[in-house]
Write a protein that binds this ligand. Structure first.
Ligand SMILES: *[C@@H]1O[C@H](CO)[C@@H](O)[C@H](O)[C@H]1NC(C)=O
Ligand SMILES: *[C@@H]1O[C@H](CO)[C@@H](O)[C@H](O)[C@H]1NC(C)=O
Ligand SMILES: [Zn+2]
Length: 676
């Protein structure tokens, strides 16, 4: 798997060591020049490496004006034919995962030596990794999972009823089953249960009840064949397979209809008594099994979709309990399959550790691969870039292109000032090792044998307990905050914005070459990392972000802004090539505008890009494109338009781009859309 990138990295690394050697000889003579010289050498090395990397993707024969994606990314596929990733953030993930595999091997060595602390974070992460690596295949089977779980205290799944005895359907209760299975963080089936910051006060977590979403791939049954195969694998008797598959699928269809009929997105904070009165049935047992202690009927819950819930009760009362149990069971199994790796290869198992023990893998990666001085330098760099972006955004708000009132401008400015950057997703100002050790204090692996399903369920229970505990605690301040990442986020290196916390999380993994090179020229840092930070900052003021103020609380001024005439005109303009993901387009286009003006139009003196003859504006756009270059299937993009479309939408109609490449004005060239 010798890719172009790795080869060029190797050959140039030998180059840098000779430069350093010469630097140190000079250093003996004139000490003060030394530091400057080595730094300059490092920078010139980083610049020429990044430049040649960028150019290696350029398809010279494609016109930059006609199809920039093809121009800037045209050779991506050829350069990465056999690579297990399809774009740059996946590549960084892959590098990080490779490092973690090495770390797990080192830990394994250390664990053989006397004195290895069996209750340390490393020991626990290693233990889960080894379970993934070494557990017998039989312990990953669906039937095995189902034997370890049940739909309630004194009842098995239907197919496990003792031979010759009917399954005691009278003992089955759908709400009890959902309450019971929530311990594995299993939800969004029949209803959705979340622990979220309260709409009224983001410092208080609250239990949120709403109808399920059946939109995503993993949120419904899938094809008939798939349902059939799943039931079969779960040990349902052959003769029941087809009728049961039909019945649970039609149950899901009815549920889907119920969710489509309920158009009420009103969120209310109610006492249990009020909620019981509105829905017409008892909730106390259910809530108690979720939160793990008794509650009074004055207990507060956040609720939506009351119409759905009343209809759901009628539906459940009139449906055969065995069908309901089988529906819940099938969705439970699909959930577990989606939450585990199919293979026990090292790289897959490391992903599994990242997913299930995110905080531990973040800490271990940081301690092993980022020395404190480097980390401090990175943190400073990223913070500085972000502060400049924020300053530029505050200037833009001051220019008031949207014609906002004073109060509206002040709200947006305050919000931007309050955005907190969290590099590495750890609470600030705490001893991280101590903090993470305490987090995993009550995670234990009492049995010595390797059983994948058992430990997977164990970890799911552990994470659910942590989540539910938040209900009884005050939410941490943005500074002390860390995010208990959802599985897909936990396995990814991309930065993200947390709406309610007003926090941008920057995972350590993104701070690797070629995405970020600390020694490189600012133009590289701004056009790629800077763009991503600007994109996330703009999410704080997109149509969803505007609902919340700088403290994460619901606020009426935001929606006033998003329904003001110029903002609406801007949105309509952005949506002229219709997108399902308007907020993403806002973040892309407003983010590009912001980072470009921060780099080229702020008063700061930018140093010459004397390492190349290519004009700085072109370097900027070429490096920006690195975020979008890839060879993935355009159908595989989630929650965003595909990368080619995104880049096209950003650059088409952005005047500095057309100037940078001297593109002829075209009659059909769209106007630039104006938002902030
Ligand atoms: C082992 O690790 C745990 C958790 O980090 C710690 O509390 C304990 O003091 C350690 N024990 C020793 C002997 O270092
Ligand atoms: C966007 O819309 C314009 C006119 O409505 C059309 O000419 C153009 O092809 C569209 N672009 C894309 C990428 O769909
Ligand atoms: Zn986004």
């Amino acid at each position: 798997m010798a890719t172009f990138r790795d080869q060029s990295l190797e050959s140039q690394e030998s180059g840098i060591s000779t430069q350093f050697a010469m630097g140190w000889i000079a250093c003996l003579l004139i000490a003060s020049i030394c530091a400057a010289t080595t730094a300059r050498n490092a920078e010139s090395h980083a610049n020429s490496w990044l430049m040649s990397n960028i150019l290696s993707y350029v398809a010279e024969d494609s016109s930059a004006c006609d199809n920039y994606y093809q121009h800037a990314c045209g050779k991506y596929a050829a350069r990465h034919i056999n690579d297990p990733f399809t774009e740059i953030t996946q590549m960084l993930d892959h590098k990080l995962n490779g490092n973690l595999v090495q770390l797990m091997d080192e830990l394994h060595q250390r664990s053989q030596a006397p004195g290895f602390n069996k209750s340390s974070v490393e020991a626990k992460a290693l233990r889960f990794y080894q379970t993934c690596r070494e557990a017998p295949e039989s312990t990953r089977k669906m039937q095995h999972y189902l034997r370890l779980t049940s739909p309630g205290e004194a009842i098995t799944w239907p197919q496990f009823a003792p031979r010759g005895k009917p399954w005691p359907k009278d003992h089955f209760n759908w709400m009890k089953a959902l309450g019971h299975l929530y311990r594995y963080r299993f939800t969004n089936v029949l209803m959705n249960v979340l622990v979220v910051p309260s709409v009224k006060n983001k410092n208080q977590f609250i239990l949120d009840l709403s109808m399920p979403s059946l939109e995503g791939d993993s949120q419904h049954l899938g094809s008939f064949l798939n349902t059939f195969a799943t039931l079969n694998a779960m040990g349902v008797p052959t003769k029941s397979l087809i009728p049961l598959a039909r019945k649970i699928r039609s149950l899901e269809t009815v549920i889907r209809v119920l969710t489509e009929v309920d158009d009420d997105d009103n969120t209310e904070t109610l006492t249990l008594r009020q909620w019981e009165y509105q829905t017409g049935y008892a909730w106390q047992d259910f809530i108690e099994s979720i939160v793990g202690h008794s509650v009074s009927n004055r207990y507060l819950v956040q609720t939506q979709n009351v119409k759905y819930f009343t209809a759901l009760k009628r539906l459940m009362d009139s449906t055969d309990a065995e069908v309901v149990a089988n529906y819940i069971m099938t969705r439970f199994v699909l959930y577990l399959v989606g939450d585990s790796m199919e293979s026990s290869e090292p790289i897959e198992c490391v992903k599994d550790v990242r997913r299930t023990m995110n905080l531990a893998s973040d800490l271990l990666y940081k301690e092993r691969f980022l020395n404190p001085a480097t980390l401090q330098q990175y943190t400073q760099e990223v913070t500085q870039i972000f502060d400049q972006l924020r300053r530029q955004f505050l200037l833009q708000i001051g220019e008031n292109r949207l014609g906002l009132t004073r109060e509206q401008s002040r709200m947006v400015a305050t919000k931007a000032q309050h955005v907190v950057l969290n590099i590495g997703n750890m609470p600030k100002g705490r001893d991280h090792r101590n903090f993470v050790s305490r987090h995993y204090e009550d995670l234990v692996f009492p049995l010595a044998d390797f059983d994948y399903a058992r430990e997977h369920l164990n970890l799911l229970e552990f994470r659910t307990r942590k989540k539910v505990l938040q209900l009884d605690q005050r939410a941490p301040s943005p500074e002390e905050f860390f995010y208990m990442a959802e599985p897909s986020t936990a396995m990814s290196s991309s930065p993200y914005y947390l709406m309610r916390q007003n926090v941008i999380v920057v995972p350590h993994a993104i701070l690797q070459e070629p995405f970020f090179a600390a020694d490189s020229h600012d133009i590289f840092k701004y056009s790629l990392l800077g763009f991503v930070l600007a994109h996330e900052l703009m999410h704080s003021v997109d149509t969803t972000g505007l609902h919340f103020d700088g403290y994460g609380n619901v606020h009426e001024i935001g929606p006033q802004i998003s329904s003001s005439p110029r903002f609406e005109a801007g949105l309509e303009c952005l949506n002229r090539n219709n997108t399902q993901y308007l907020d993403e387009r806002i973040a892309d286009i407003a983010g590009l505008d912001l980072v470009y003006s921060t780099y080229f139009q702020s008063n700061l003196q930018r140093s010459q890009t004397d390492f190349t003859t290519i004009p700085p504006q072109q370097i900027f756009f070429l490096n920006l494109a690195q975020f979008f270059c890839g060879d993935g299937d355009p159908m595989n993009f989630v929650d965003h338009d595909n990368d080619q479309m995104r880049l096209h939408q950003m650059l088409n109609g952005f005047p500095p781009f057309h100037q940078a490449y001297g593109c002829p004005a075209k009659s059909n060239q769209p106007e630039k859309c104006q938002l902030w």
